[in-house]
Unconditional design. Structure first.
Length: 685
């Protein structure tokens, strides 16, 4: 090292350099001088007193996000997941056959099982504490690090129930073990009582955990959602057919008309197959049966259960590891994709179907609905909330478990196998077609419409700032084409009312040429094939007549976009134009009214002078002069547009309303009319 550098190689100031012709001072001499010098102010402000040591469960309360992902609603309900996972581990290990979940009006949530019960004898390392208190107050303590106690478990990290304790305002544990009942209470992770022997019990065993989230952590108004807890509890019963889960909830916590019951019992011997069938509801799968199965020993130290089918909709996979949901997937889902792809390609090779060479895992999973559950020893997750499985062995377990059964399932039903293979090849063709369409120019896409004189496209090539008006009929289309700004506004006339997609089957929808033309004009496909970056226009504007018939056409179009392209609505691309229904003039003054109420308001406020007031009612957009249509409905600085969206928190209500009013059950519409007849008003047409 150069004499003019310090220990880290940085250049020393000139005053510290040796004078020419003199010998450099030794490192020891320089070090002694440094120690003798007074510390700089910044160093003096940082000492051992500034080093904070957090003991017990205080780290959890200081940084809850490190342990449960945050303090939002999802994190709040993760507390329940940690507690019920412990009970599920007892059930999977064969020591419990029922779990009770109770939500009471005072905000407490109670989970009870009939397992072995948490040990209560003194801990050999902490002799002044019971094993129960150690588990509840010490991070990384528990019986799941040793496979002798649990062959597989969800709470491997040993922090679950202690984190729940730390983040609960009050937590009480009762343990029935050896015909004795014990109890201990805690507040914010600190014991408020010792381990108490309550008395003798004859017909009870297991652990009962009752807790209430801490408002200091989650906020004063944070409470458990009955619907969410109910769904989480039910899903656990599907994941292990040998357990019965009993649900109880205070009636005052459930809103009137809600689907969540106050009491229920979950027991599903069919496991994931029952789960998938219930989840699909009335959706008709591509194949006649669901491919389902389970294995005790797939490969190495693990087991797997699965249920898979294909249907005309957006595909999804719901996966679990040791009954823990893994919403972000992981290695076990990778094994599923590999097994299904290999199985289909092998079947195609056996049957001589050469077209299957183009299919990929993406094509197989596009419209695949799958439930997958694996049990592995010592699973590795990404993060404490266990959203993604990273255990490499899980992929091999699943692939080996599913491979042979899938081959046998395909061979046992040749018709279903051929139907499925053709279905997946169609998805592959769509993928390749989309790739080709992205490579063609905008004008090439227009020529593909084969609608000469129908679609009048705008001249600009960028989607940003462009808009397309969807109008009903050639007459309205002619006026709109003359009124538009050719640079940024396109017009697509439709032939009458489009298909009601809410009560039409997928085959009928796919054969509808008018909807196919509409999608091709927009440049996007339906459902899983929709890509927002492919949308050729920034605004898609429905422009129909300002009467009941026009409202019906607009409703059909909105239903189509809601069912087939919900992302387009979510991203704010769909709008409704607001054309006028009346033209009101007096002398040289002319105004336009959008409906009867607006007309009456204008007559009261704007036309109060002398002279005859003339009122004209437009029969439709085609009757309007292009200049009138431009001035009232199409010019960006003068028009009114209504953006179509879904209010946050009302997604389920919106879905139910669309199904009720547009679905294939006329009795639902009849009931709606009866319920709302009092609000109807007679109008002159």
């Amino acid at each position: 090292m150069d004499d003019t550098s310090d220990l880290f190689g940085a250049a020393l100031p000139d005053a510290a350099k040796p004078a020419p012709g003199t010998k450099a001072r030794s490192a020891e001499a320089r070090s002694a001088e440094t120690r003798a010098a007074a510390p700089r102010p910044a160093e003096a402000d940082y000492s051992a007193a500034d080093i904070e040591v957090l003991e017990g469960l205080e780290p959890v309360r200081r940084r809850p996000g490190m342990y449960i992902g945050g303090t939002d609603e999802k994190a709040l309900h993760h507390l329940f997941a940690e507690v019920i996972d412990n009970s599920m581990d007892e059930a999977v290990a064969g020591h419990a056959n029922f779990i009770e979940v109770e939500l009471t009006a005072d905000g407490f949530l109670t989970v009870t099982d009939n397992g072995r019960g948490i040990p209560v004898d003194p801990h050999p390392k902490f002799k002044d504490k019971s094993a129960l208190e150690v588990i509840m107050t010490t991070l990384h303590s528990g019986g799941k690090f040793d496979s002798k106690v649990y062959e597989t478990s969800g709470g491997l990290h040993g922090v679950g129930v202690s984190v729940v304790n730390a983040l609960s305002e009050v937590l009480e544990v009762e343990v029935a073990r050896g015909r004795k009942l014990y109890r201990q209470s805690f507040a914010r992770g600190v014991p408020t009582s010792g381990l108490e022997l309550v008395g003798d019990v004859q017909n009870r065993r297991g652990t009962r955990t009752r807790f209430k989230p801490d408002p200091q952590i989650f906020g004063a108004g944070a409470t458990f959602s009955p619907a969410r807890i109910f769904a989480m509890a039910r899903s656990k019963a599907y994941l292990f057919g040998g357990v019965e889960i009993r649900w109880n909830c205070a009636a005052e916590l459930i809103a009137t008309g809600a689907a969540t019951p106050t009491t229920a019992v979950f027991h599903f011997p069919g496991g994931l197959k029952d789960f998938l069938a219930a989840d699909l509801g009335e959706e008709k799968p591509v194949t006649g049966t669901i491919f389902a199965g389970r294995t005790d020993k797939a490969s190495g130290h693990g087991a797997a259960e699965w249920a898979v089918t294909w249907f005309p909709g957006d595909g999804y996979v719901r996966s679990y590891c040791n009954t823990i949901p893994t919403p972000e997937g992981g290695t076990h889902e990778q094994g599923l994709r590999t097994a299904l792809l290999r199985g289909l390609k092998a079947h195609a090779e056996r049957t001589g179907n050469k077209r299957a060479s183009i299919i990929t895992a993406e094509d197989v999973m596009t419209s695949c609905a799958a439930m997958l559950s694996v049990f592995v020893r010592e699973p590795e997750f990404v993060g404490q909330t266990k959203d993604r499985l990273s255990t490499g062995e899980a992929a091999r377990i699943v692939e080996k478990a599913i491979g042979d059964p899938f081959d046998h399932w395909l061979a046992a039903s040749p018709q279903d196998a051929s139907r499925l293979l053709d279905w997946v090849i169609e998805r592959a063709d769509e993928r390749l077609r989309r790739r080709q369409e992205k490579e063609v120019s905008r004008k090439s896409a227009v020529r593909k419409l084969r609608l000469p004189g129908k679609l009048a496209d705008c001249s600009q090539s960028a989607a940003q700032g462009s808009e397309i008006f969807i109008v009903e009929g050639d007459s309205a289309g002619g006026s709109a084409k003359q009124a538009r700004d050719r640079a940024s506004q396109a017009v697509l006339p439709l032939r009458g009312k489009i298909l009601n997609v809410a009560n039409a089957g997928r085959e009928k929808l796919g054969a509808n040429q008018q909807l196919a033309d509409l999608m091709q004009a927009l440049g996007v496909g339906p459902r899983s094939q929709y890509r927002d970056e492919d949308l050729r226009y920034d605004k898609v504007i429905i422009m129909t007549d300002a009467d009941v018939d026009g409202a019906h056409i607009a409703s059909l179009l909105i239903t189509f976009f809601y069912r087939e392209m919900p992302q387009m609505i979510a991203n704010g691309h769909l709008y409704l134009a607001v054309p006028p229904l009346y033209r009101i003039s007096q002398g040289g003054k002319t105004l336009y009214a959008r409906d009867d109420a607006h007309k009456d308001q204008l007559l009261r406020t704007e036309f109060t002078g002398k002279g005859k007031v003339e009122i004209g009612r437009f029969k439709g957009l085609g009757e309007m002069m292009p200049a009138q249509l431009k001035e009232t409905t199409m010019h960006p600085s003068k028009r009114t547009l209504l953006r179509v969206g879904i209010v946050d928190g009302e997604i389920e209500l919106t879905r139910d309303t669309v199904e009720q009013l547009m679905g294939n059950k006329p009795e639902e519409r009849f009931r709606f009319i009866q319920d709302n007849a009092a609000f109807a008003t007679e109008i002159d047409i």
